[in-house]
Design a protein around this ligand. Structure first.
Ligand SMILES: [Zn+2]
Ligand SMILES: [Zn+2]
Length: 304
């Protein structure tokens, strides 16, 4: 299972019922939040997102529309008697903000926040376990900003049950899944791997890129991504405004999708000037047809 639920899709100012940036990610048995704009916890209860399950929060940058929901969420986790550690990945400074807030409200959380400092301007792997990696994507914004690339690791080969000899041993099946041939004591091949196995299921990936000016370096890092979320704050007629504010247009997002060979594109971080998003979607689809709008409450399943 690899799913993205949109909790916020608005740019700097919440508008027309749209909330600032926040996404809930479920991948296998892991639960992540990316960005935590104002109202994030209200959106979580509205869409029945199990926020007590969140293990890690990844914050792209310290602009308010990406972090102002965090303190509220932390206090609610505290009131719900959370005891598990919460891992927080962000640029330096967010730790100081949280500490100051706790200090002046005379509060002590009953769980530990493990703060991981994101490095500026360089790609790094910030989380890894048996099944996935999370790496930062350097973005191009007015302050230090990074996206996140969540990638499944290569999966084991699948056993072709129709071809399996009845005498095969369990440890031989394990070896086959790892891609090895089965040898006898003399080192001769008894079973050739590709005769008994099928290729592994594809490893899926998700890239989150917000906020950023257009930059092709992003496309290089996320080559072949299954689902790309790229901000599209403005339509093309506001290209000048996008350049000035280090944001992207619909066409910028679409071109990053093309250049990275993304299978699908999700756009968001919409400017408050657009009440209706139909034209925003249409303009992007003219360049990259397989585009969807990030709409609050919608869940996008990542599939091969
Ligand atoms: Zn923003
Ligand atoms: Zn920003």
């Amino acid at each position: 299972l690899f799913e993205i639920t949109i909790l916020g899709s608005s740019g700097a100012i919440p508008a027309y019922g749209r909330y600032p940036s926040c996404q809930f990610i479920q991948v296998a048995n892991k639960y992540f939040l990316i960005d935590c704009g104002e109202g994030a916890q209200m959106q979580m209860s509205r869409f029945q997102v199990p926020f007590h399950k969140i293990q890690r929060i990844f914050i792209s940058h310290l602009h308010g529309d990406h972090v102002l929901g965090l303190m509220g969420l932390l206090f609610s986790m505290h009131l719900q008697k959370r005891s598990a550690d919460l891992h927080l990945h962000a640029f330096k400074g967010l730790d100081e903000i949280i500490i100051a807030h706790l200090k002046y409200s005379h509060s002590a959380l009953n769980f530990t926040i493990v703060f991981h400092t994101t490095q500026e301007g360089t790609m790094e792997t910030i989380f890894e376990d048996d099944t996935i990696t999370v790496e930062t994507i350097p973005l191009y914004h007015r302050i230090a900003c990074s996206g996140f690339l969540i990638k499944e690791k290569p999966k084991p080969r699948r056993i072709n049950k129709n071809k399996l000899p009845p005498t095969i041993l369990l440890q031989q099946i394990i070896a086959l899944k790892e891609g090895r041939d089965i040898l006898d004591d003399a080192g001769n091949i008894i079973y050739k791997n590709d005769a008994l196995t099928l290729p592994p299921p594809p490893s899926l990936s998700y890239a989150y890129c917000s906020d950023t000016a257009f930059n092709l370096e992003i496309a290089k890092q996320i080559e072949g991504v299954n689902l790309l979320y790229h901000e599209a704050t403005f339509m093309q007629e506001e290209k000048k405004k996008a350049l000035e504010t280090f944001h992207s247009t619909t066409a910028d997002a679409a071109h990053i999708a093309i250049q990275s060979n993304a299978k699908a594109l999700l756009i968001g971080h919409f400017s408050a000037r657009y009440r209706d998003l139909d034209l925003v979607l249409k303009e992007t689809q003219e360049i990259f047809p397989n585009t969807s709008l990030a709409i609050e409450g919608q869940t996008f399943k990542i599939e091969a």
